[in-house]
Design a protein around this ligand. Structure first.
Ligand SMILES: Cc1cc2nc3c(=O)[nH]c(=O)nc-3n(C[C@H](O)[C@H](O)[C@H](O)COP(=O)(O)O)c2cc1C
Length: 680
C-alpha cells in the first residue's frame, strides 16, 4: 500500500535559520484528489506496514511472489511428479469417481493408484462447507477425491444432473481430431476469401487432406504457425469432457433476428497490404472465378455432409442478427481474470453482456483444448460473445466459421486493441490499427461467414498522438461490423493516463446510425457511467473492465444508481460465491481447489484496490487514485485493503483451507503497479 507522500527537504536548500517543529498541514481532500491520492479520512490513516523480505524471492509485499517452503529445481519437481503419480495420493480418476477398484479398464497396468484405503488414509481433511455438486442435488463427479466428501449424499444418481446447468461450448474429441489433422473444412471462409480476392493461406493444405501429419499439428500459412503464447496468461482449465456438441443448447436468448438496413454495395478494392509477406494481396484469378461463385457453389464437405455454400458477394444482403447494446452493462473481456466463474459472479451482480477471454485464432484452429476452454459459456450468460484475435483475414474468417458452427454464442468480437508484444509482433491486436486496409479485409471476410453479429474492439491508436479510431468508425459498419468498442487509450500509452473520452465522443459522432459505439476506459461508478451515456447520445453503452475487477458490485451500483458502502462481510460473501462457482467449474478435488485458489489470488490482486465508500472524504473513488495506507472499519476490511500477496493468501485460506506445502504465487497482471497493467 502506498504511503502518503512524505514531506522531504528540497535538495540543496540553504541551511535553515529557524526550526519549525510543527508538522506540515495535512493537504485538503481536494488537494489530495488533485494529486491523484485517495482522500481517506484522517481517522483511518496509518503508517505503511513494515514487511519482511522473504529470503527466496526478495520481496513479499506489493504483489511479489510468495514462497512457502523450500524452492525446488525443475528436475526435482518432475521426478517428484512422476513418483507422486504412482503414489497413493494419486488415485485413478475412474476408481475415485466410482469408489470401485474394478471400474478402471486398464486394471493393473493403470499408471495411477487403485488403493482406496491408502488414498483415504493420506487424504487431507475435508474443507469446510458443502460439495458444490451436492448443493445442486447432483452426484459429485469427483467422488472419493472430492475435498467435501463428507457432505456427499448416497441417494444421488448421475441422471440427476440438470441439463440446464451445464456449461456450454465444450470441444468434442471428433472436432478436435479434425482440427489436429487439418481436415476440418471451411467452405464459407474459403469462398469468401476467394471472392474478396484475398490470399487463402490454408487453401492447399485443405485440398490435400493432411494425412501425413503425424503430430496432428496443422500448419497455417499466412499466420503464426504453431504459436505458443506462453507469455500470455492462459487459463489452465481442464480439458472438456468428450461430449457431442449440441448446438441447440443455449441458443441466443435475447437476440432478435431481424434484417438490417442494406449497406451500399462496395466492390472489393485491390488490397494494399503494408507487410511484405504477401497475405492479403489482390488475386486477379480469384476475382475471375467470383462470377461463378457468386451464384452459389456446391462445395464437397469433409467433416460434415456435403453442404451448399451460400456465397455472399453482397454483404449488405445478408440477414444479420442484431444485438441492441444500448444501456446494457457490458463486462469487458479480461484475460485470466475474466474467467467463467468471475463472469458468472458478475451476472449475479447485474452485468448484462459478458465476453470470453481473448482466444488466439491459430490456437483455436489447431484444436488446442486450453484455448477452447476460453470459449466456455455458463448458462447464466444470456448475452455472450467470444473474443478472437488474429492478424490475417483468412485465419480470422476460418475461426469465425468454426466458432459459429461449433459454439453457442451471441456475437463474435475481434480484438484489434491488444497491446501485448507477442500479439503485436505477429501483426495482430493493436498493430492492426496501423493497417486500416487489413482491418477492412478481416472484417469483410469474417462478417460474411456468420449471421451472428461481428464486433471489433480497438484502442484510440497504436502510437500516442496519432489517433486512428475515428477513421475506422465511419466505414466499419459497411465492412460488416455491428459494433465497435473504443478503449480511449493508445497502445503506446497503456494505462499511464486517463482514457480520452472526448475523443471517444468524437468517434461516436462520426459513426453511422446503425453502428453501435461502445465506450471504454476508467468507468468506476454509476456517475461515470451516467456521464458517458448522457454526454454523447451516440454512445450505446460503456464497457467495464478494471472497475468490475476491483468492485464487481459496480454493476449493481449502476442498476440501482447508488454508491454502495459495502461491508467487509458482504464482500467476503461475494468472494465465497466466486469460490463456489470456481469449484463447480475447475473441480472440487485437490487440483480444482488449487486452480480455484490461483484464480482467486489473481483476482484479489485487484480487489485490494477498492477503498470503502465510508472511509473517503470525497466520493466516488476514481480508478487512478493511489491509496494511502489505511485501516478498515474492522479487521477483515483492513486485511482486504492489503496489497501484500501474503495477505491475499490468508484470505484464500479463509475460503479454501491451508495452501499446500511449497505453494507459490505471483500475480500475472501486477495490477497494483497502476501504470504497468499490461494486458488488453
Ligand atoms: C487484466 C486485464 C485483462 C485484459 N484482457 C483483455 C482481453 O482479453 N481482451 C481485450 O480486448 N481487452 C482486455 N483487457 C482490456 C480491457 O478490456 C479494457 O479495454 C481496458 O482495461 C480499459 O478499460 P478499464 O479502464 O475499464 O479497465 C484487459 C485488461 C485487464 C486489466
Amino acid at each position: 500500500m502506498a504511503a502518503t507522500a512524505p514531506a522531504t527537504d528540497p535538495p540543496n536548500s540553504s541551511p535553515a535559520v529557524t526550526i519549525d517543529a510543527s508538522p506540515p498541514p495535512r493537504p485538503t481532500p481536494e488537494e489530495l484528489v488533485a494529486r491523484a491520492v485517495a482522500p481517506v479520512k484522517p481517522a483511518f490513516l496509518r503508517p505503511p506496514p513494515v514487511r519482511e523480505v522473504p529470503k527466496e524471492e526478495g520481496k513479499a509485499g506489493g504483489g511479489g511472489a510468495v514462497v512457502t517452503g523450500e524452492k525446488k529445481s525443475k528436475r526435482q519437481l518432475k521426478r517428484e511428479r512422476q513418483q507422486e503419480k504412482k503414489s497413493t495420493s494419486h488415485l485413478c480418476i475412474e476408481v475415485g469417481k466410482s469408489g470401485n477398484v474394478d471400474s478402471c479398464k486398464y486394471g493393473t497396468s493403470c499408471r495411477f493408484s487403485h488403493d482406496i484405503d491408502a488414498y483415504l488414509a493420506q487424504k487431507p481433511a475435508d474443507l469446510e462447507g458443502t460439495c458444490p455438486f451436492t448443493t445442486l442435488g447432483q452426484l459429485c463427479p469427483y467422488g472419493l477425491t472430492c475435498r467435501f466428501l463428507g457432505t456427499h449424499k448416497d441417494n444421488l444418481a448421475p441422471q440427476n444432473q440438470s441439463e440446464g446447468n451445464h456449461e456450454r461450448n465444450p470441444l468434442s474429441k471428433d472436432i478436435q481430431k479434425l482440427l489436429w489433422k487439418n481436415k476440418y473444412k471451411f467452405p464459407k471462409a474459403s469462398a469468401q476469401i476467394k471472392l474478396l480476392g484475398l490470399k487463402d493461406g490454408n487453401k492447399n493444405k485443405a485440398e490435400a487432406t493432411n494425412d501425413d501429419n503425424p503430430d496432428g499439428i496443422c500448419e497455417l500459412n499466412g499466420d503464426d504457425k504453431t504459436e505458443s503464447l506462453s507469455s500470455i496468461p492462459v487459463n489452465v482449465e481442464p480439458d472438456p469432457p468428450c461430449k457431442e456438441i449440441d448446438n441447440s443448447e443455449g441458443e441466443p436468448l435475447v437476440v432478435n433476428s431481424v434484417g438490417v438496413e442494406p449497406r451500399p454495395l462496395k466492390k472489393s478494392k485491390v488490397e494494399v497490404d503494408e507487410t511484405q509477406n504477401g497475405t492479403g494481396v489482390h488475386d486477379n484469378e480469384a476475382e475471375f472465378e467470383d462470377l461463378n461463385l457468386s451464384n452459389g457453389l456446391k462445395v464437397s464437405s469433409n467433416n460434415q455432409s456435403s453442404c451448399r455454400v451460400d456465397l455472399i458477394t453482397t454483404p449488405h444482403l445478408r440477414e444479420k442478427k442484431i444485438i441492441d447494446f444500448r444501456e446494457k452493462l457490458y463486462l469487458a473481456p479480461l484475460t485470466t481474470v475474466g474467467n467463467l466463474p468471475f463472469r458468472r459472479l458478475c451476472k449475479t451482480l447485474g452485468a448484462d453482456i459478458t465476453c470470453g477471454e481473448m482466444a488466439m485464432c491459430t490456437n483455436l484452429l489447431q484444436g488446442q483444448a486450453s484455448e477452447w476452454a476460453l470459449l466456455r459459456r455458463h448458462p447464466s450468460e444470456d448475452l455472450f460473445g467470444v473474443q478472437i484475435c488474429g492478424p490475417y483475414p483468412d485465419t480470422v474468417a476460418r475461426t469465425v466459421e468454426l466458432v459459429d458452427n461449433e459454439c453457442s454464442i451471441d456475437f463474435i468480437d475481434i480484438n484489434m486493441g491488444c497491446p501485448i508484444d507477442i500479439v503485436v509482433n505477429k501483426g495482430a491486436g493493436s498493430s492492426l490499427l496501423t493497417k486500416p486496409m487489413r482491418i477492412k479485409s478481416i472484417v469483410q471476410a469474417a462478417s460474411t461467414v456468420t449471421e451472428k453479429p461481428l464486433t471489433v474492439k480497438v484502442r484510440t491508436a497504436f502510437f500516442e498522438g496519432r489517433n486512428r479510431a475515428d477513421s475506422i468508425v465511419s466505414d466499419i459498419y459497411d465492412w460488416g461490423s455491428s459494433a465497435i468498442t473504443i478503449h480511449g487509450r493508445s497502445r503506446q500509452q497503456r494505462y499511464s493516463k486517463l482514457a480520452d473520452w472526448d475523443y471517444i465522443y468524437q468517434c461516436a459522432q462520426k459513426a453511422p446510425d446503425y453502428l453501435h459505439v461502445i465506450g471504454n476506459g476508467d468507468v468506476f461508478s454509476f456517475t461515470d457511467w451516467n456521464k458517458h451515456v448522457s454526454d454523447c447520445s451516440k454512445i450505446s453503452t460503456c464497457m467495464i473492465a478494471r472497475g468490475a475487477l476491483i468492485k464487481p458490485w459496480l454493476f449493481t451500483e449502476i442498476k440501482e444508481q447508488r454508491h454502495w458502502d459495502i461491508t467487509s462481510g458482504e464482500r467476503l460473501n461475494i468472494l465465497k460465491d466466486f469460490v463456489h462457482f470456481g469449484l463447480e467449474h475447475w473441480g472440487c478435488d485437490s487440483k480444482g481447489v488449487e486452480t480455484t485458489r490461483h484464480f482467486l489470488l489473481e483476482w484479489l490482486s485487484y480487489t485490494c484496490r477498492y477503498i470503502p465508500v465510508g472511509l473517503l472524504d470525497v466520493i466516488p473513488q476514481r480508478l487512478n487514485w493511489r491509496p494511502p495506507s489505511y485501516y478498515g472499519r474492522d479487521d477483515l476490511e483492513t486485511l482486504m485493503a492489503s496489497d501484500s500477496a501474503a495477505d491475499w493468501i490468508r484470505i484464500s485460506e479463509m475460503l479454501l483451507g491451508k495452501v499446500p506445502e511449497g505453494f507459490t504465487f505471483a500475480p500475472k497482471h501486477k495490477s497494483n503497479a497502476y501504470d504497468r497493467a499490461e494486458n488488453g
